[in-house]
Write a protein of this length. Structure first.
Length: 94
């Protein structure tokens, strides 16, 4: 990436068949491979919540990777921009 691109952060809620299918582990390994930081966790309502930080192209690539998982079936995503965290250094499963 070049210097003109800014680090951004996105809050995402995933809907569909996203629990019990390895979603969080796929997110963890894919985000780590792409150099992204943030976290992912299951929610009580059957959705998955994620905050992810990096360059926009990297985040877009992560979303494509997640939707191409063998058992994962994302029906919808609620994505919103949130402030980046300078102190964050890794991606984790919560």
């Amino acid at each position: 990436m070049n210097e003109t691109e800014k680090i951004i952060r996105r809050h995402v809620i995933f809907y569909g068949r996203v629990q019990g299918v390895g979603f969080r582990y796929t997110a963890y390994y894919s985000a780590t491979e792409l150099g992204l930081t943030g976290w992912v966790k299951n929610r009580m309502d059957g959705t998955v919540e994620m905050e992810v930080q990096g360059y926009e192209a990297q985040i877009d690539r992560l979303l494509v990777m997640l939707n191409s998982g063998r058992f994962i079936s994302i029906a919808d995503m609620d994505i919103r921009a949130i402030p980046a965290l300078e102190s964050e250094r890794r991606f984790q499963i919560r």
